[in-house]
Design a protein around this ligand. Sequence first.
Ligand code: DGY
Length: 318
Amino acid sequence: MKPRLIVTRRLPESVEARIQSEFDAVLPAIDGPMPQDELLKLAQNADALLVTPTERIDKALIDALPASVKIIATFSVGYDHIDLSAARNKGIAVSHTPGVLTDATAEIALLLILGASRRAYEGEKMMRENAWTGWTPTQLLGRQLSGKTLGILGMGRIGQAVAARARPFGLTIHYSNRKRLTAELEQGAVYHQDPEAMLPQIDILSLNAPASPETHHFLNEKRIGLMKQGAIVVNTGRGALVDDEALIAALKSGRIAAAGLDVYENEPRVHPGYKDLPNCFLLPHLGSATLETRHAMGMMALDNIQAVLSGGTAPNGL
Ligand code: DGY
């Protein structure tokens, strides 16, 4: 008998094909975040759950899961939506999909850096609204990347991949991370154990840290005050790293020249203050959204599930 797998969201075709062939699967008829009560109902007699960051897998839900559920595999590298200790206490394995989305997410970080620095939103808008009257020497002057300093908060796989892509643009790299990297991985980047020591020295801040109690609202009014006048901020980590009120006020006053955002606190709700600001380049959480990456994430999640269901441990267990 095939193991029973509950899948909360529609997934790329190749991933769903593997699911159908290896599992007795329940796939949603209509795509959308799965409410907890529905997930719980479907989970009765299930062996595994394949979830995404759009579902909150909290203690109450985990405690109510039947003993048949052996693994919760998330189709994401981030796992701030899952209560790991509740799962551990209940003996349910949890896995995620690290590594396979590094390049795609770093590409989006670079897109945000370029889009925010070179006023891509304003240029696009001008073209689409037929408002362009021709080239002028002073039109939409942005900030050049070459010769500037990029500060990366969170120098894991994705932070390092952002650094590797930023260097050829002529950016000098500073970073702050709980642990200093080896010289080989650092590639000459300047380490700051204290992120507050990094902020005054950089022109662009890239947030690449996970959401956690320590990083919650990292970028607040006080820390914005430590940054250079006219600095740029991009976020491909998690929305909760930013105090939206503080960033919006700084974008309005020009203290922060521009922001590029791919992630938001309380997604899919976006603080309305961002939407009227021309100096914001906004994307809808596209970090890992490539055909190649989403296929790889699906395969990795399924490998994790199969490993646990065959009595082993998840290769990407948490
Ligand atoms: C992740 O994997 O955590 C991303 O944010 C969603 O792709």
